[in-house]
Design a binder for this molecule. Structure first.
Ligand SMILES: [Zn+2]
Length: 313
């Protein structure tokens, strides 16, 4: 026994899996995410769960959802990229699947997965920073997931890095994720290529035009030594290192874990993040340096973490 189901709900897909007590995925599935319809979303999640529960004896379900989840782990108050507004997701899904359900923020679920079974194993104070389209955060303090008073904690991407800076989807300006995410990498690379095309020969060759530049082009061009792309990665590293130093000033974790899609290109920026972190950390020289590691579980971290949090509910 001891099997639970984890579901990771994003804007484009719903990943699900049966997970055992050791964090191993016994069977997994992927469905298209009906992001525009809360009703279809609950039904699709329930279908994914019912399908897996038909072949495995499971005791609970954990849903990691890309949104602001209330402190009772039941209601999605708001999801910037999905249609949920005050959505009673726990109630809807548990009625459809007849199993106990908990709802977690997706970045919290990922952080928990990495803390328990991935790059954070053996640590007690872990901050997970998910670097993708935006920046997600998850905080484990003294072995507990930190959710805040209202369940809204650890939204690290929306701390202000630049007063009056780039407009953010959250309604504020200059948020950290506008400078230190995959989207920011793309914006910077395009700006660099526009300003000096001669520095972006590889990038423009791969993309065809400035408008055609995509994230994978920036990564590939950087590996070929493209100056504009390397500069974009250097900027990303600088903003990430500065942000981690700020977080360390507040939380003093033993370990940071960088996850999300951009962490797949960590060889292009991890050293830069570590250097900037060490150069910006308050009290540097008189305190241990937190380790900065790359996530180990990949896209499965959300499913594994959500499933484990359901077991511990
Ligand atoms: Zn923001």
């Amino acid at each position: 026994m001891g099997l639970t189901i984890g579901v990771d709900v994003g804007g484009t897909k719903i990943a699900s899996g049966v997970v055992d007590e050791e964090g191993r995925i016994l069977e997994s599935g992927v469905r298209h995410s009906p992001a525009g319809s809360p009703e279809k979303m609950a039904l699709t999640i329930a279908e994914a769960v019912t399908d897996l529960a038909g072949r495995h004896e499971v005791e609970a379900v954990g849903i990691g959802a890309a949104g602001f989840i209330d402190e009772t782990r039941s209601v999605v108050r708001f999801a910037p990229n999905l249609a949920w507004r005050e959505e009673p997701l726990r109630k809807k899904v548990s009625e459809l699947v007849d199993l106990p359900v908990v709802v977690e923020n997706d970045a919290n679920a990922m952080a928990w997965g990495e803390y328990r079974f991935g790059a954070g194993r053996g640590e007690s104070h872990v901050v997970c920073v998910t670097v993708g389209t935006g920046i997600g955060g998850g905080i484990v303090l003294a072995g507990d997931l930190y959710r805040g008073r209202w369940g809204m904690g650890a939204e690290l991407g929306h701390t202000q890095a630049v007063p009056g800076g780039r407009a953010c989807g959250c309604g504020n300006q200059g948020c950290w994720e506008k400078y230190a995410s995959g989207s920011a990498l793309l914006v910077d690379a395009k700006e660099n290529a526009q300003a000096d095309p001669s520095s972006a020969v590889h990038l423009l060759e791969l993309a065809g035009s400035v408008e055609g530049i995509k994230g994978e082009h920036v990564t590939e061009a950087a590996r070929r030594g493209d100056a504009a792309s390397l500069a974009a990665f250097a900027s990303l590293a600088g903003w990430l290192g500065q942000g981690l130093a700020d977080i360390a000033a507040i939380l003093d974790p033993g370990c940071f874990i960088l996850g999300g899609g951009v962490s797949g290109a960590a060889d292009l920026f991890l050293d830069g993040v570590r250097d900037e972190f060490a150069a910006r950390l308050t009290g540097r020289g008189h305190r241990p340096l937190a380790e900065i590691r790359v996530a180990e579980l990949g896209p499965a971290a959300g499913v594994v973490g959500a499933a484990d949090l359901a077991r511990l509910r």
